[in-house]
Design a protein around this ligand. Structure first.
Ligand code: DON
Length: 331
């Protein structure tokens, strides 16, 4: 329970908030040793496992940042949410829901077991690799750069600047992509892909390699929390229905085979990536007691030491603590 939050919009309140978040980040830093950085993409191995940072941006502009706030990292699987949004905006929601299902797999992000075990007509969801590569195959354009253009455009609209491709991570990802190529060939054989496999994979590796910050993730989360609308100017950036389905997928599939536990203990739509980023969208909620960010907020977390399911270990524990303290769960 947050004590002393009486004058929510005053500077005094923000000091209280800052102190709490600083203390929590300092505490959860100690949990970093329970995880380790991703090694299957050599470039990701260069991350400092001791880093941990969080940014929270509320609908009214109130923001709190703490820890290692200035370190860029690549979107990795968080990009799957962005490409799904772009594909829905381009092709329409019903087309995309015909292309990829919305069911959790309960399996690791790079598994294709569900495709083999069940007579499925489409990949089970857009957030595991099989579904994400299928979504990427629907993006329009001849080259990977053409296909990524609407992805960069959406990011630019949300962030107010155009993020950059991290070429070192992209090349590392591409050169260590045996599993994703295997998944791609399987999808090709199943006739799930809509366009050329090599260009689709190149696009997928690039979308994973876009550099962002925790502020960027918090901003995207805040827009999703606000049903796709930018609260600054009331502009609809993402159609409400697309924002809603994306949040459903974040909650049910965003943490892969840890999604059930995340929903139980944190209860916030969120999407993780192997670089250690987490994008979270906290919708507005009604609470009897005065709690921070009751009108919704976006949260960006960075902590490259990962647990065994490929999600930031300290980041998830920090989110769990904040969600408990501030009653952020949507349930
Ligand atoms: O497909 C891959 O291997 C990565 N580039 C993205 C995976 C990822 O971020 C999984 N999330 N935790």
């Amino acid at each position: 329970m947050v004590q002393g939050v009486a004058n929510w919009n005053t500077g005094e309140t923000q000091e209280w908030l800052q102190q709490y978040v600083d203390d929590w980040v300092a505490f959860y830093r100690k949990h970093i040793n329970d995880g380790s950085v991703a090694t299957y993409i050599p470039e990701l191995q260069k991350a400092d496992p001791n880093d941990l940072g969080i940014a929270i941006i509320g609908k009214n502009g109130l923001s709190v940042r703490s820890g290692d706030t200035e370190i860029p990292f690549t979107l990795q699987s968080i990009s799957k949410a962005i490409t799904f949004i772009v594909a829905c905006m381009d092709r329409g929601v019903s087309y995309m829901l015909d292309t990829v299902d919305v069911e959790p797999t309960g399996e690791a992000f790079n598994s294709i077991m569900h495709l083999e075990m069940k007579p499925v007509k489409k990949p089970l969801n857009p957030f595991n690799n099989a579904g994400a590569i299928t979504v990427t195959s629907t993006l329009p354009g001849e080259t990977s750069d053409e296909r990524l253009e609407p992805v960069f455009q959406l990011l630019e609209t949300m962030l107010g600047y155009r993020p950059e491709l991290n070429v070192d991570v992209y090349e590392s990802e591409r050169d260590s992509s045996t599993r994703n190529r295997a998944i791609g060939y399987y999808l090709l054989e199943m006739d799930f892909l809509e366009s050329d496999l090599d260009i689709t994979l190149e696009t997928y590796f690039k979308q994973c390699s876009i550099d962002v910050s925790i502020d960027d993730l918090a901003r995207i989360g805040m827009i999703l929390a606000n049903d796709g609308m930018d609260p600054k100017n009331g502009e609809e950036i993402i159609p409400r229905q697309v924002a809603r389905i994306t949040k459903v997928l974040m909650l049910t599939c965003g943490m892969y085979d840890a999604s059930g536990k995340f929903a139980t203990y944190v209860g916030i739509p969120a999407k993780s990536g192997v670089s250690g980023g987490i994008l979270a969208a906290v919708p507005p909620r009604v609470r009897e007691e005065i709690m921070p960010f009751t009108d919704g907020c976006g949260i960006g977390v960075y902590g490259p030491a990962l647990g065994d399911k490929g999600n930031s270990i300290a980041g998830i524990r920090l989110l769990r603590h904040i969600a408990t303290q501030w009653d952020l769960s949507i349930f």
